[in-house]
Design a protein around this ligand. Structure first.
Ligand SMILES: [Zn+2]
Length: 504
């Protein structure tokens, strides 16, 4: 005991303690700079990470990284190992939470009057196999009184609109329908989610989506006296799932002036999710790895969220379980969800509200400006994307944390103006493989991936060094009112630019 005390006293004066000596000399690291950290982000590194995620998905017959899948669990474990391999630079942890997820789902048959017709399956649809007459539901099927008694035992035909898909399916189920069809209220086909069950209005029935053209055709024919019989045969597997966020916080740096950033680790059921959001996952991982070579002044937390596709589950869980004092430590949050789209745009979340009239908490505009300056200095054009809470920054906005980030586009069709600004093909989706089986490594644009990866590096290096010019956190900000309604209200902004499935 005594000798320890003596040594400790000496250590303070003369660095005699091995631990202190190591801290001072053995692991000397230069202070991070934007140039150095950007130089560490390469196409090779990004591609290798993306390939690893694809390999996880393709190692299993379902070829998906949806939460609860083997490949998603492999993704989580790989991230944890990669972050733990950085010589203790980060405190790494898994944050476990539970949810309900549709593990598999398919339409075995959809026939109208004996002929095959085109339909898509709603996420969280019940399984079912029914052949029965179509019964038209009044209005938009948002009230129990819209469902005539004749719906019982038959197939409810419901217009999209006014309320979420899940309510329609539940009310159809409560009315005794054998299955439900929701037809579009705009041109074209669509798909979406009923939302995680259970819900108070009742149990879901087998529910599919069809085009407006098909649906209104049936409505008119039935109004004219026709009797139309349909067959809906769907199989879904909905399970309770245990899943994980991966969290890594630098041990160094001022924990009271922390930068947080995040991406989501899960895909939809339909594919491996390599652009959505393997690109963001690998982008922030590569920056996290590179950062470990440097000294920082402000702490950085990297969040790898699960269950984004089921409704921002992981990021919501994280924010809701963060103690108030730790929430107050986060100066800002940066989100990266889809940053390597094949027909890309360079979009920045509209933190100042100049383009879409929804601004973020003070500091969001500074993040937007920082990223604008980054693209300008890289000689690239940029545009704004709506700041509507439809990705993992939503829960951070809800507690008053300024947010920002970049995005290269989902299923929206590229305009002529966008083609002029960014190249690529007008009239084609920004990511033609959005939420599809083909969202694999071949779907990535590596130039965009590298540019946005370096943008992450530039932001991390900058804010891990100084928050100069950035407003102080207002930690007394009340939770935003009705954030859920905002998040599920697709009509407020164009319904594109989202990463969550449609709910209404
Ligand atoms: Zn996404």
């Amino acid at each position: 005991m005594r000798s320890t005390i003596v040594l400790g006293t000496l250590a303070a004066a003369a660095s005699a303690s091995p631990a202190l000596a190591r801290r001072q000399y053995g692991t000397y690291k230069p202070l991070v700079t934007s140039e150095a950290l950007q130089a560490d982000i390469t196409k090779e590194g990004l591609l290798e990470g993306a390939q690893t995620l694809e390999d996880f998905a393709y190692a299993y017959p379902r070829r998906t990284r949806i939460i609860g899948s083997e490949a998603h669990n492999d993704t989580v474990n790989w991230l944890k190992e990669e972050l733990e391999a950085l010589d203790g630079y980060y405190d790494v942890s898994l944050q476990n939470f539970f949810t309900v997820a549709m593990i598999t789902g398919q339409i075995n048959a959809f026939k109208v009057s004996g002929s095959n017709a085109s339909a898509s399956l709603f996420e969280y649809s019940a399984s079912g196999n029914a052949t029965a007459p179509l019964v038209v539901v009044a209005n938009r099927g948002c009230n129990a009184t819209d469902y005539p008694a004749t719906v019982s035992g038959n197939i409810a035909l419901i217009s999209r609109g006014s309320c979420d898909f899940g309510l329609k399916s539940a009310l159809a189920g409560t009315a005794g329908a054998a299955a439900a069809i929701i037809y579009n209220n705009a041109a074209g086909e669509f798909n979406g989610t009923l939302g995680v069950p259970p819900r108070p209005e009742g149990n879901y029935v087998a529910t599919v989506a069809i085009s407006q053209q098909l649906g209104t055709g049936f409505v008119q024919a039935i109004a004219g006296g026709a009797n139309i019989t349909a067959t809906i045969d769907v199989t879904t597997d909905i399970q309770n799932v245990s899943t994980y966020n991966v969290l890594a916080t630098t041990k160094g740096g001022d924990q009271n002036n922390k930068l947080a950033l995040g991406a989501h680790t899960d895909s939809v059921l339909a594919g491996p999710g390599i652009n959505d959001d393997g690109s963001g996952t690998v982008g922030i991982l590569e920056v996290a790895k590179a950062l470990s070579k440097y000294e920082i002044k402000n702490a950085v937390t990297f969040g790898f969220w699960a269950g984004e596709e089921e409704g921002l589950l992981g990021s919501t869980y994280y924010v809701e379980h963060l103690p108030a004092n730790e929430t107050a430590q986060i100066r800002g949050y940066l989100n990266f969800d889809m940053i390597a789209s094949p027909n890309y745009i360079h979009a920045i979340y509209d933190g100042d509200g100049s383009a879409f009239n929804v601004s973020g908490p003070p500091g969001s505009a500074q993040f937007e400006k920082f990223l604008e300056d980054y693209f300008t200095s890289a000689g690239e054009n940029f545009t704004a994307t709506a700041f509507d809470g439809r990705s993992d920054y939503g829960p951070f906005l809800d507690v008053g944390i300024p947010s920002g980030g970049t995005f290269t586009g989902a299923e929206e069709i590229k305009t002529e103006a966008e083609a002029a600004a960014f190249g690529g093909e007008a009239g084609v989706a920004l990511d033609k493989c959005y939420h599809a089986a083909c969202d694999n490594v071949a779907n990535l644009d590596l130039d965009a991936f590298e540019l946005h990866g370096k943008a992450i590096a530039a932001a991390v290096a900058t804010y891990a060094t100084s928050w100069e010019g950035f407003p102080a956190r207002n930690t007394t900000v009340a939770r935003r009112s009705v954030p859920r309604a905002r998040r599920t209200n697709e009509s407020r902004h164009h319904r594109s630019r989202r990463s969550q499935p449609l709910k209404k």
